[in-house]
Design a protein around this ligand. Structure first.
Ligand code: SF4
Length: 450
C-alpha cells in the first residue's frame, strides 16, 4: 500500500464547513433562526449546500462583516444584525455561530451578546445561543455536535423529573428523524429529539413562504431536558464533551451512548436499549420488519457476496455502514472521512468485532485525492457515500450508491432512510439492485426472462 504523499493542498474535500453543521442543528429547533457572525459569503455558501441537498429554502442570517471589521472587530455588526433579525423574523431563538474570520480576529461573542442583552433586553428579545465554530479546526460534524451541546448547555435548566427520554440523534436525514420518532412512539416513550429538522428541512409545499417554518424541537422541551429519565446519544465517534455529557454532569441525567442504528446488529442494540428504558418488548411491526430484512438478505446474498466497497463520509455514518455491509457479505476495503476525531479506526474495529470480515483500511482527515488513490490500489466494485464522490466514481466507472450528506445530483437526499430495520432494508435493496444493474449493463446479452 502506497504511503500518502506529503502535500498541503486539498483536492475536493471530504468534509464541509464547521458552522454549516451548526446551522443545520439550529434549524432543528422551534422558532430558531441560524445566524453567522461573519461575512455574507460564508452564509451564501452554506445556504447553497443546504438548499441543494434538502430542496428547501433556508434563511441563514449574517452579520455581514467587511474588511474594516477584520481590523476594528465585528461587535457593532453583530448587534445590528441581531436587531434586524429580531424585527424581521420575530424568532424565539437566534443561534449564533462564528466563522473563520470572527474566530481569527478574536471577537468575544459571549461578551458581545451580554452587552446586547443589557442594551436591548426586554420581553420581545429572543433567546440567544452562541457556539464557537472556527472551520479551520473542524468539520461540519463537529459544528453540528458543538451546536447541540451549546443549546443544551445554555437552555436546559429545568430538572424537575418529567419521565421523558432525551434522544440526541446526531446528523441524520429528516427521514431518519421521522423514523426515530415513530419508533419511540411505538415503544410508548415520551421523547425529546434534539435537533429535529424533519419538518423544517423537509416540509410540505405552502402557498406562502414562512419566514420561520413550523416544526423543530420545542423550546419548552429543551428547557426540561435536565429532568428526563435518561439521554440516548447516537454516534460512535462523539466528542468527549457533548450534549449528553452536559446533561449527565449538570443534571445527573443517565447517559446511554450507542452508535447510529444502521444494519441488524446496531439496530438490535438500539431496540434492546429502548426495551430496557420503556419496559416493553420490541413492538410487533418492528420485529416483523427485522424478519423480512433477514429473509431478503437470504434472497439477495448471491448477488452481492464478496463485492468490495469504499465507504466515505461522516465518521459515524461510515461506522454504521461498515458493519451493515459486513452483515450482508460486502467487504468494506476502505473507510474514509474528512473528519479527524481520533476515534474513527477504533470505532470501525469495534463495529466489525465478531463479524466474519477483514478489517478495512481506515483513513481519517482525507480528501478525494487520497480516497481515489487508495481505492484504486485496493480494487473495488462499489463506491458508497455522498455526491462529492461522483467525480471519482465516474472517472473510474464505478457505481456510486448515494447516502448521507450532501446529495446534490439526485432528488430526495432528505428522504433517504438509513436507520433501523426499515433503513437497512432500503439500503440492502438499493445496493443489491445496483450490483444487478451493473451486471446487466455490462453483459453482452443483457437480460431476458422466459
Ligand atoms: S470555511 Fe470558514 S471562510 Fe469558508 S465558508 Fe466556512 S466559515 Fe466561511
Amino acid at each position: 500500500m502506497s504511503k500518502m504523499p506529503s502535500y498541503t493542498s486539498t483536492t475536493n474535500a471530504c468534509k464541509l464547513c464547521k458552522p454549516l453543521g451548526a446551522s443545520i442543528a439550529f434549524r432543528g429547533i422551534e422558532g430558531c433562526v441560524p445566524f453567522l457572525h461573519g461575512s455574507q459569503g460564508c452564509a451564501t455558501y452554506m445556504r447553497r449546500y443546504i438548499i441543494s441537498h434538502f430542496n428547501e429554502p433556508i434563511d441563514i442570517a449574517s452579520s455581514s462583516l467587511g474588511e474594516k471589521n477584520a481590523i476594528y472587530g465585528g461587535g457593532p455588526n453583530l448587534k445590528l444584525g441581531l436587531k434586524n433579525v429580531t424585527s424581521k423574523y420575530a424568532p424565539q431563538l437566534i443561534g449564533v455561530a462564528t466563522t473563520c474570520l470572527t474566530e481569527t480576529i478574536g471577537d468575544d461573542v459571549p461578551m458581545l451578546l451580554a452587552e446586547y442583552r443589557n442594551e436591548f433586553g426586554g420581553s420581545e428579545m429572543p433567546l440567544l445561543v452562541h457556539v464557537s465554530t472556527p472551520s479551520y479546526s473542524g468539520t461540519h460534524m463537529e459544528g453540528f455536535h458543538a451546536a447541540v451541546k451549546a443549546v443544551v448547555e445554555q437552555l436546559a435548566s429545568d430538572t424537575i423529573a418529567n419521565g421523558s427520554i432525551n434522544l440526541l440523534s446526531g446528523f441524520i436525514s429528516p427521514a431518519d428523524i421521522r423514523y426515530l420518532r415513530g419508533v419511540c412512539d411505538d415503544f410508548g416513550m415520551a421523547t425529546t429529539i434534539l435537533p429535529d429538522y424533519s419538518d423544517t428541512l423537509d416540509g410540505p409545499a405552502e402557498n406562502d413562504y414562512p419566514l420561520i417554518p413550523a416544526g423543530g424541537t420545542p423550546l419548552h422541551a429543551i428547557k426540561q431536558m435536565g429532568g428526563a429519565r435518561a439521554t440516548i446519544e447516537l454516534g460512535a465517534t462523539l466528542p468527549a464533551e457533548s450534549g449528553g455529557t452536559v446533561l449527565l454532569h449538570r443534571h445527573a441525567t443517565p447517559l446511554h451512548r450507542t452508535g447510529l442504528p444502521i444494519g441488524i446488529r446496531a439496530t438490535d442494540a438500539f431496540f434492546a436499549l429502548l426495551s430496557e428504558l420503556s419496559g416493553r418488548a420490541v413492538p410487533a411491526p418492528h420485529a416483523a420488519a427485522r424478519g423480512r430484512l433477514i429473509d431478503s438478505m437470504v434472497d439477495g446474498h448471491k448477488y452481492i457476496f464478496g463485492k468490495r466497497a469504499v465507504i466515505y463520509g461522516e465518521e459515524d455514518l461510515v461506522v454504521g455502514l461498515v458493519s451493515f455491509l459486513a452483515e450482508i457479505g460486502v467487504q468494506p476495503v476502505l473507510c474514509a472521512s474528512g473528519g479527524k476525531s481520533g476515534r474513527f479506526a477504533d470505532a470501525i474495529t469495534a463495529a466489525l468485532a465478531g463479524l466474519d470480515c477483514e478489517l478495512p483500511i481506515v483513513r481519517e482527515d482525507v480528501d478525494f485525492f487520497d480516497i481515489e488513490t487508495l481505492a484504486l490500489e485496493l480494487g473495488i466494485d462499489l463506491v458508497i457515500g455522498h455526491s462529492k464522490g461522483y467525480t471519482f466514481a465516474r472517472k473510474e466507472n464505478l457505481p456510486l450508491i448515494r447516502v448521507g450528506f450532501p446529495i446534490h445530483d439526485r432528488v430526495g437526499g432528505q428522504r433517504i432512510l438509513h436507520l433501523g430495520y426499515h433503513g437497512a432494508q432500503a439500503l440492502f435493496d438499493l445496493i443489491t439492485n445496483t450490483v444487478i444493474d451493473r451486471k446487466q449493463s455490462e453483459s453482452p446479452v443483457g437480460y431476458s426472462y422466459m
